[in-house]
Write a protein that binds this ligand. Structure first.
Ligand code: S3P
Length: 449
């Protein structure tokens, strides 16, 4: 894990207390989901392109370095003002880029689940042998959900009892399949869609519920025969597509920290510019508004970045929040924001519930346990359920917070302390925020007085 980037004050140590106010404007690091795809798809495409990523998190850099090892990245250089520019030369399905050697290549995905799962799908359709490895957290996460359907299309994939290291021996002769996912997952859909581009015929992937649609949007925009209708993704293979230069928009999952902090704090006014506003990602705005928060969204009009809608979000504090019950399809819309929403639940009037969110147990940490244990430690009322939690307001007190190295747990409890949901907290691994949000602590310093 890296050091806490640029933070000079007390926050760098992970100790956070209530702020007097939260006021200011921000631009966020690039969206992790979009950046992964912008890099990987250009590495698989024909032609050259440049991907511009603002303040990339460690996960995105893991993807860039894997692609560099596979010969598809020419340079990872500095752009203006904290932007990183990645130059890629894909060469399409037939060229040498992105072909692991026959002798096998070890590819380190770090903490990045999206990188590992998408890469398994991409490499399934290319000859060569690669072994994907990750850190302890990634090694604990389930990989059979990707490996099993890819075996049925003809790739040779070996996991360690369902986990990384994952060995992929790809093939240019994959079969098209119709596959019904047991868990709604954009990562699995993405992996199967990439393999579908190397398969002969029509691949049909059906999800049991909503998922983010960045894969389908971007592949179609690059000219690949991929479409999404409702919960069904269809891919016509075999097919290539063209590289295109991409500016990755700001990460709404990073913005979520400030949306919750701004909504909870009595004296807050935060303006966040150039944020990705893909409708499959904006559930956090709907949830906070339903709880009573004052959030305004201004779209940047027809401007679309690769092609994702982008705009400005303004949150103002001082309104009382009410409890909310979340279940069913609404959970998928805010899957990465649920730890932050838990902090809003602990500030609201009344008792809030979450159900149908078992997936939280297999994220970067067991997020149900980490959230409930942390909230109990800071004095809120929180009860653990197998697939969610029950939360209501308590009496804030100081506590040490265990993150298990999970960036979203670290940022959520920083928000709890800033807004008075918790007393002063000491976060055990503040540097973990850098996985998705390397400038989190400096942005906090900038906003908090
Ligand atoms: C992601 C999909 C989600 C999300 C993850 C990023 C993606 O996971 O939690 O942070 O970029 O496709 P699932 O695919 O498991 O739903």
């Amino acid at each position: 894990m890296s050091d806490v980037v640029g933070a000079t004050g007390v926050y760098a140590s992970g100790i956070v207390a209530a702020a007097d106010s939260l006021v200011g404007g921000l631009r966020l690091p690039a969206d992790k989901s979009v950046a992964h795809r912008a890099l990987l798809f250009n590495a698989m495409a024909e032609g050259e392109a440049e991907v511009t990523v603002a303040r990339p998190g460690e996960d995105v850099l893991s993807m860039a370095h894997v692609l560099q090892r596979l010969g598809a990245v020419e340079s990872i250089g500095e752009g203006p003002a904290e932007f990183t520019r990645v130059r890629l030369r894909g060469g399409g399905t037939r060229a040498a880029a992105l072909l692991p050697g026959a002798g096998g290549e070890t590819l380190d995905c770090g903490n990045a689940g999206t990188a590992m799962r998408l890469l398994i799908g991409a490499l399934a359709g290319r000859p060569g042998v690669a072994t994907l490895v990750g850190d302890a957290s990634l090694t604990a996460r389930p990989m059979e959900r990707v490996a099993a359907p890819l075996r049925s299309v003809g790739a040779d994939i070996v996991t360690e009892e369902g986990h990384a290291p994952v060995m992929v021996r790809g093939s240019r002769k994959l079969r098209a399949i119709e596959h019904r996912l047991s868990v709604a997952s954009a990562q699995v859909i993405g992996a199967l869609a990439l393999a579908g581009l190397a398969a002969q015929g029509t691949t049909v992937i059906t999800s049991p519920g909503p998922t983010r649609d960045h894969t389908e949007r971007m592949l179609a925009w690059l000219g690949a025969p991929v479409r999404r209708e409702g919960y069904v993704t269809t891919v016509e293979g075999p097919a290539g597509f063209r590289a295109r230069t991409i500016d990755v928009p700001g990460d709404i999952s990073g913005a979520a920290a400030w949306l919750v902090a701004g909504a909870l704090h009595p004296d807050a006014h935060i303006v966040i510019e150039e944020v990705g506003l893909n409708p499959s990602r904006t559930g956090i705005i709907d949830v906070l508004r339903e709880m009573g928060a004052d959030i305004k969204v201004a779209s940047d009009g027809p401007t679309e970045w690769c092609p994702e809608p982008v705009g400005t979000i303004i949150v103002s504090g001082g309104r009382p929040l009410r409890a909310i019950d979340l279940s069913g399809d609404r959970v998928a819309d805010v899957i990465d924001e649920l730890p932050l929403i838990a902090m809003a639940m602990a500030a609201a009037e009344g008792t809030s519930t979450l159900s149908g969110a078992r997936e939280l147990r297999v994220k970067e940490s067991d997020r149900i346990s980490r959230v409930v244990e942390g909230l109990q430690a800071v004095g809120a009322h929180a009860e653990e359920r197998e697939d969610g939690w029950i939360i209501s307001r308590g009496t804030p007190r100081d506590a040490a917070i265990r993150t298990d190295g999970d960036h979203r747990i670290a940022m959520s409890f920083a928000v709890a302390a800033l807004t008075g949901v918790a007393g002063t907290v000491e976060i055990d691994d503040p540097a973990s925020a850098a996985v998705s949000y390397p400038t989190f602590w400096t942005d906090l310093e900038h906003l908090a007085t």
